[in-house]
Design a protein around this ligand. Sequence first.
Ligand code: N01
Length: 532
Amino acid sequence: MTDKETKYDAVIVGAGVSGLFMFYKLKNMGLSVLVIEKSDELGGTWNWNRYPGARCDIPSLEYSYQFDEELQQEWNWSEKYSAGPEILEYLNHVADKFDLKDYINFEEEVIQAKFNEDSCLWSVSTNRQKYVTKFCIFATGCLSIPNKPEIPGLESFEGELLHTATWPREEQNFTDKNVAIIGTGSSSIQTIPEIAKDVKNLYVFQRTPNYSIPSNNGPMDKDVEAQVKARYSEFRKENSLNGFGLASLSDEAMISESDLEEVNSQFEENWNTSGLAFFGGYADIPVDVNSNEVAANFVRNKIKEIVSDQETAEKLCPKYHIGGKRLCVDTGYFQTFNRENVHLIDLNASPIKNVNSNNIEADQDYEIDVLILATGFDAMTGALTSLDILGRNEVNLKDQWKEGAKSYLGLGVSNFPNLFTITGPGSPSVLSNMMPSIEQHVNWIADCIGWMSENNKSVIESTKTAEDEWMELVNEIADMTIFTSTQSWYNGSNIEDKAKAFLPFIGVPVYTEKLEEITAAEYQGFIFDKSN
Ligand code: N01
């Protein structure tokens, strides 16, 4: 660390989808801004998760920025759902078009951010140097800290050990190799059909099965693209009025009020067309356990139709409410279990006893060359609690959040003045289309900073009362749904020692309405220039 301290108006941590747009906004406001990025490339999620089959499960025409009309008109996606490399290409195009790259400090890692109560400035320390900034903005993502669970004997494995969330850039050659994969969440469900094509044997170690809906992906329909582009802003607006902020999730019909035969035929159509939107096909799937069970049963029956071996099919059928864990979208996942070289191992019946230099011991010994961890993330808070972020009285954010993360609107945290989080806990984030949710937060933060400047305010901070009441509301809404009844990364259940608290705000339109009300009331719940 050098003594050199460079002063900025804002430091943005992370150069993914949110960091790039945040930088664009503040740069255009004439602020001095630094972006610090750990990797040597931009792209966040899409830079790190380069496993075969990585693909966005939100349609390409929705998973894209809307802040610039020329950008959204000029970019053409090749498929209905974009693969990771194409999204990376798009983000690089955005960075080039708006001249963002030269201002990003790549391969620099933030270690500590500390608020100085006398100067009301943040000191941000990295592996290279120290910066001083008025605003500190964490654009660190909701799913960016890989979960590496303790698996007995893992350290003694001598083959190739990979994690889907830190996949190497070089192409991996699995031809004729015995490969094991632990975990069956979205990442695994996307990569298994790809990896299975080349390997000698693929051993899938499953603790909990997942519901997955076929993506029905294909080349971009040029007519659909033209129709959307002709009315892009209305299309975006309509989507933002749906519960999860996605197109075609607005059906008002209830299973509880419908004829079951009709429901099943509608499900059949949704199965063949909709992907994630399957969950929104009926308005009561997220809130009524009986209706949820009808949808869950439809998917279980599909699994049993697709998978030839009924013992395997039964193991692949989830027993919890559909949607309780993040719904997955796949390209031929269940079909892959009909291949002779793919084997499902149920960890509930026979847990992993040990990993040795070249095998995994469970119900039997599995000799392997490659072990892939597809074990997910320390979601929503991990990227913030893995750093030392010190606020007033040097309180550490990780200590303040020990009993559960609390944030006001997912944007600000009490005791942490002039610190903003993009899609933080308590905002729709992971239960919405991340792209517009990110844009909503970035626009809000930029407007707030502009408003502060116009109104001679130097320091903004949310109050503890506002934050407590907000998180109560988050939980009240969640308790009306099936989301809290399942162990998932939404509520911290996947990480030992993490507080079990439900973190996303359910309902994009309600969230937007509240955010607008609070802003119109001159940032109600925030205080400005609090004396020390
Ligand atoms: O992670 P996960 P993911 N022993 O947490 C298992 C987004 N995403 O990387 O359920 C054995 O879902 C764990 O088992 P269990 C998307 O939001 C988006 O797959 O805890 N198994 C589970 O099966 C997604 O939801 C896209 O019992 C262990 C798996 O590992 C989120 O990222 C694509 C274990 C982890 O599943 C996370 O998905 C991919 C252990 N000790 C991902 N520990 C898009 O398309 C954990 N597991 C945008």
